[in-house]
Design a protein around this ligand. Structure first.
Ligand code: UFG
Length: 334
């Protein structure tokens, strides 16, 4: 059985779905603080008996002990964490506590129970301000917020646990994840939503204002450039990482991005094309901590994990759009 911590959240749930689809049994562990019970219920319905759910908090060692007491875990996919960059600056203790103490309890439980493989959800935020573009894994690491710092520290801790205890780990550094399950069962669902694509889609559906943070950057059209990667492509990379570890691959870190940069203006135009609606834009000042350009060099993941992103930007926005409509019209109203 594969343990998926944070399996009720956006990325964790898409990876859980990929694991179930590949015929593996999955234990979803989540405290449902930001994840959704509805998402868990959907995952449990995909294939009867393939998924189980355990409500618990990694910060509580007794909850972690329960996992390994009740279930025979073969490997771990670790997503449970707080993810808002701005909130991490305002409340660093919350981020260090949840993202580090919880993760340490998890690793402790793994070691005590002989579980030797973990795929860790890391972030491009471990790099901080970019010194060159595209960024490879050797790019200097100077995270500019506690969120990115917590991810970097845990990557380092995992490396030590490999040396000391033989714990195999793959750290996956995500760039900007977008899109949804193509069958429309699950998708991005943050409360409140801060991310670009869902905010653009909501504005285009409701006629509300979209706040664009900064049009005076040194980029193609003055707006920030990011590397947008489809969530199902990301799930494929997690499957490759798990197989790599199970085949005895060495612990390592990989960028997961598409290697293509798109500006906020270009994403806005793509959303308008997919939805057929214009977006009302209000230009705001720059959002603090936003680097001008973040684009991945993804060759290492391609070479070593044998992974290639396949979905187009339009496909990603299309699946996100279908999910966003379902969320607004059906799921949030339940
Ligand atoms: N943006 C807007 N308006 C919005 C939302 C976003 O203009 O309503 C802009 C942002 O200023 C930024 C771009 O759209 O230029 C992308 O913003 P997102 O909030 O969607 O994503 P970020 O690049 O800020 O953050 C992502 C992940 C984080 C991760 C970070 C790593 O969501 O979890 O990359 O750098 F930490």
């Amino acid at each position: 059985m594969v343990l998926v911590t944070g399996g009720a959240g956006y990325i964790g749930s898409h990876v859980a779905l990929a694991l179930i689809d590949s015929g593996l049994r999955v234990l979803i562990f989540d405290n449902l603080e930001t994840g959704h019970r509805e998402t868990v219920d959907t995952l449990m319905r995909v294939k009867p008996g393939a998924a189980e759910f355990l409500l618990g908090d990694l910060r509580n060692p007794a909850d972690v002990a329960q996992i390994f007491k009740k279930y025979k875990i073969k490997a771990v996919m670790h997503f449970a964490s707080n993810i808002c960059v701005e909130e991490s600056v305002q409340n660093p203790t919350k981020y260090y506590n949840n993202n580090l103490i919880g993760s340490l309890n998890l690793v402790d439980g793994m070691i005590k129970n002989g579980v030797k493989a973990i795929v860790f959800s890391s972030s491009a935020a471990v790099y901080g301000q970019q010194k060159y573009s595209p960024m490879d894994e050797k790019h200097p690491q100077n995270p500019v917020n506690p969120y990115g710092h917590s991810k970097l520290i845990f990557e380092e801790i995992l490396r030590r646990y490999d040396e000391l205890c033989g714990l195999g780990s793959v750290c996956l550094r995500y760039f900007n994840v977008i899109g949804a399950d193509k069958a429309g069962r699950i998708g991005e669902w943050h409360e409140p939503e801060t991310h670009l694509v869902p905010n653009l889609l909501t504005a285009s559906e409701t006629g509300g204002l979209f706040q664009l943070y900064g049009n005076d950057y040194d980029t193609v059209d003055g707006t920030c450039v990011r590397d947008y990667i489809n969530v199902e492509d990301l799930a494929d990379a997690h499957m490759s990482a798990l197989n790599y570890l199970m085949d005895g691959g060495a612990s390592d870190s990989f960028n997961l991005g598409s290697a293509a940069g798109h500006s906020v203006g270009q994403i806005l135009a793509a959303c308008e094309k997919v939805t057929g609606n214009g977006v009302n834009v209000e230009i705001q000042g720059r959002r603090s901590g936003d680097p001008a350009i973040l684009v991945a060099d993804n060759r290492k993941a391609k070479d070593i994990l044998k992974w290639t992103p396949k979905r187009s930007l339009e496909d990603s926005i299309d699946t996100a759009h279908r999910w966003s409509r379902r969320l607004a019209s059906e799921i949030r109203r339940r």
